[in-house]
Design a protein around this ligand. Structure first.
Ligand code: CDP
Ligand code: MG
Length: 678
């Protein structure tokens, strides 16, 4: 291995230090592999840029935070967690002596709530900033604000390989930009000659086979959108006949750390690594000479006007594709095989839309309020969020009781929510649960939705697993209850991989749910929401209590089934949707859906799917949300009896939840009976 000082970033070492000795901001652009992540924090430390305070390096991915911290500790010959550490959710490797700390953005935002001046931090490094995650945009805006108002000594460094540096530098009051050329080799790009409609997993496997067949040396990196496609590609690779023996390795965020490390470890065979976006910029795998790019990623979007999200496969931007291509030219000339056509390439977006412009902003708006920033829409952002999304977030927070109805300021409930590590809807559920004696159940619900899916989607023909799973579906009242049963089963079986798999449960997700569950319970305890000594409530009573809590968090997603036995539902705000077939809630007329999303569709109008449903009773609505109920008497034409009748309508917001014919007929003239007879 070459000495770190041979890395390209060292050529601008003096410039970096000089810039930060004079000013407190810097934008740094250097190609992947040039040493930004591992070297710059050390330069700041050894150059005394942060005084005796800590240097925090923000990473968009947990895998990266962990692996680079390990690497930097090793370079400095210190134990991980001593001088160099990292902190991600559930995993804190820091100590009082830690001077360089790699963290995910959420961790920094939590620190900001504990100490709004970040007194023990001397520098914040925003790494991989081109990704433009929601939380990294929020962190940038808040740290800039803090630097300007109270901490002029705080140093900010924004780094990336592919960043559009000018807008960021302009945003940081025209701060200096440093560019390092770095070393890279030419990469030959190959497109499809015409569109191929076969599965991407198969196409990727064939591209790998071609590379091996042509006896091009070097490891191969395949980009796929997610775990499912990665496994599909690995299956397809097993089906191929190649002369050479290769080692096929998955790499994604759901793997155990030891499994992730396989991608980095030396191997006597040629490695074929099938990875998600995590390998796009954050981590460097030496020896890659060929890239096979599926060209798609799963992107979450949010329609703020309707409050409905999507998670669809989308073509990646040209900037992302170039980044992926670059992974092949780090150590020698390479090749990049794009599974799309040249014409298709021109149609792609130049760069990704920042997440702040396509997300549900409830958590962010709540956080800003806690820091005294009440006008999220007009805050000093790099790219402003959609005002409609801010407004929807404020409306939701008001409904949840986190913001005051009239003054719009944070309520005590809102303050309590900030201390709970989850979306405000689930915090609200937990607070409701503390009144109804079912905190552990509500905490478990929140934990169950905090990560990946616990229950795998079943294939149509997997009748065996399907019937095994029915044992979790003993309640027709809530899909959460099914998940809770599945989790209980996994726990009772010691989270055994084999036992779980035959029931379609992801054992690793179940283990993670357990950790999250405990963390939420601890937070609830700290907030005095949970009292271990309280008398337990009977199970049947508990189930109803839990359903009421779920309604408290999702009342704006109340749905009314149009016809018994059919999936079509009406929602508030004139929205409509269909309950998914897998839901256990097939009988109830009223339900709340914790998940609303638009399904992929070919036509002009999209179909909204309701899932994660819970049956509720209209009386609960009247009891819990009296302020949103209205009663009117209206004259409706009764087609059956061919006359106009007076009807009493009870609405929750704009959704009719009760309709009752009035006893007494109206005066024939006023009721327009003549009209009906005509
Ligand atoms: O951040 P950037 O992409 O600019 O580079 P880096 O992550 O700091 O990596 C610099 C060099 O350190 C890479 O070229 C790798 O050779 C090496 N490195 C490594 O071998 N193992 C790691 N876990 C991280 C970096
Ligand atoms: Mg890096």
């Amino acid at each position: 291995m070459p000495a770190p000082t041979a890395l390209p970033i060292w050529k601008i070492h003096a410039d970096i230090l000089r810039t930060l000795q004079v000013g407190n901001r810097l934008v740094l652009v250097a190609p992947t592999g040039s040493g930004k992540t591992t070297q710059v924090p050390q330069m700041l430390l050894d150059g005394g840029i942060a005084g005796d305070k800590m240097i925090v390096v923000l990473q968009p991915r947990r895998v990266a935070a962990r692996t680079v911290a390990t690497r930097v500790a090793w370079e400095r010959e210190s134990k991980l967690g001593a001088e160099v550490g990292y902190q991600i959710r559930f995993d804190d490797h820091t100590s009082v002596g830690t001077r360089i700390c790699f963290v995910t953005e959420g961790i920094l935002l939590r620190w900001l709530q504990d100490d709004s001046t970040l007194a023990n931090i001397g520098a914040v490094v925003f790494d991989e900033f081109h990704e433009r995650n929601l939380l990294s945009d929020v962190a940038l805006a808040l740290v800039k604000n803090l630097q300007q108002s109270q901490r002029p000594d705080l140093v900010m460094v924004v780094m990336s390989a592919t960043l559009d540096a000018e807008p960021v530098a302009a945003y940081l009051n025209l701060c200096p930009i440093l560019v390092s050329e770095g070393q890279s080799f030419p990469v030959e790009v190959e497109y499809l000659s015409h569109p191929d409609l076969r599965p991407l997993t198969l196409q990727a496997a064939e591209a790998v086979e071609r590379i091996i067949h042509e006896r091009n040396p070097g490891d191969i990196l395949v980009f796929m959108p997610g775990r499912g496609e990665i496994n599909g590609t690995l299956d397809a690779l097993r089906g191929l006949r190649t002369q050479e023996r290769v080692s096929c390795i998955p790499l994604h965020g759901e793997l155990e750390p030891q499994e992730q490390d396989r991608a980095f470890a030396p191997n006597s065979l040629r490695k074929v690594i099938v990875a998600t976006n995590v390998a796009e910029t954050s981590i460097t795998i030496d020896g890659i000479r060929h890239v096979v790019d599926s060209g798609v990623a799963r992107v979450a979007r949010y329609d703020a006007e309707r409050g409905i999200g999507t998670l669809l496969l989308e073509p990646i931007s040209r900037a992302s594709a170039d980044q992926r291509k670059g992974r092949a030219g780090r150590t020698a000339p390479g090749t990049c095989h794009r599974l799309w056509t040249v014409i298709g390439h021109k149609d792609r977006e130049a760069r990704n839309t920042p997440e702040i412009q396509r997300s549900d902003l409830a958590e962010v708006v709540l956080l800003l309020h806690s820091l005294g920033i009440r006008e999220a829409a007009t805050f000093d952002w790099l790219d402003k969020p959609d005002p409609q999304a801010v407004e929807r977030a404020e409306r939701l927070l008001t409904m949840l009781g986190a913001l005051h109805e009239e003054q719009g300021n944070l309520t005590p409930i809102g303050r309590q929510m900030l201390r709970l590590p989850m979306h405000p809807r689930y915090s609200r559920m937990l607070i409701e649960a503390s009144q109804r004696g079912c905190v552990p159940d509500a905490a478990l619900c929140a934990a169950l939705v905090s990560g990946r899916d616990l229950l795998a989607r079943l294939d149509r023909d997997d009748a065996q697993t399907k019937s095994a799973r029915e044992m979790f579906e003993d309640s027709e009242d809530s899909d959460f209850i099914t998940l809770m049963r599945a989790y209980d089963f996994a726990k009772e079986n010691g989270f055994s991989f084999e036992r779980c798999r035959s029931y379609g449960i992801n054992a690793q997700v179940a283990r993670q749910v357990e950790q999250t569950f405990q963390q939420i319970l601890n937070a609830a305890q700290q907030q005095r929401l949970h009292d271990r000594d309280a008398a337990p409530v009977s199970a049947a009573k508990n189930e109803e209590a839990l359903r009421r809590c779920i309604m408290a968090g999702f009342a704006d997603q109340l749905a009314k089934r149009r016809v018994p036995g059919r999936p079509e539902c009406d929602l508030t705000e004139h929205r409509q949707g269909q309950l998914v077939r897998e839901s256990v809630v097939q009988a109830a007329t009223f339900l709340v859906a914790a998940n609303l999303r638009d399904a992929p569709s070919r036509g002009a109008s999209s179909l909204t799917l309701l899932s994660l449903a819970t049956s509720v009773k209209p009386e609960w609505i009247a009891e819990m949300f009296p302020q949103h109920l209205s009663t009117t008497i209206e004259h409706l034409f009764d087609a059956q009896n061919k006359r106009v009748a007076a009807v009493k309508l009870v609405r929750y917001r704009d959704l009719v939840i009760e309709q009752k014919a009035q006893q007494r007929d109206l005066d024939p003239i006023a009721s327009g009976r003549c009209l009906a007879e005509a």
